[in-house]
Design a protein around this ligand. Sequence first.
Ligand SMILES: [Cu+2]
Length: 128
Amino acid sequence: MKRYLATMASLMILILVLSACGTTSDEGSASSDQEKSQQLTVIGSNWEFDQETYTIPANVDVTFNYKDDEGVHGVKLRPYDDKDNIIAEVMDGESATINLEPGTYEIRCLTFCGDGGHKEMRSKLVVE
Ligand SMILES: [Cu+2]
């Protein structure tokens, strides 16, 4: 039993060491991570978007892509605290370039898609 525990302990240490190495090498390839984060893709269905919260970097051009997976929706992007200030409206298959200040923004459904859940079709965009 002691030997079993010792084996398990060394396995755990090995896994920890390996995962620590993995993190370091990910940080090393910062350029590919940056390219990835400069695309924001939102996918809509009846009646939700594919994520509750999306995060993008501040003060860089980000390509904002939208796709309908089910139904007809589209997205409207606006600041949480200034809802008349519409930053972008993107329909299925379209893209827009956005470049935002840090803050929290709201992504919501652009097209009235029925009483089933149009009003609840909202997600958060965090810019940091
Ligand atoms: Cu809708």
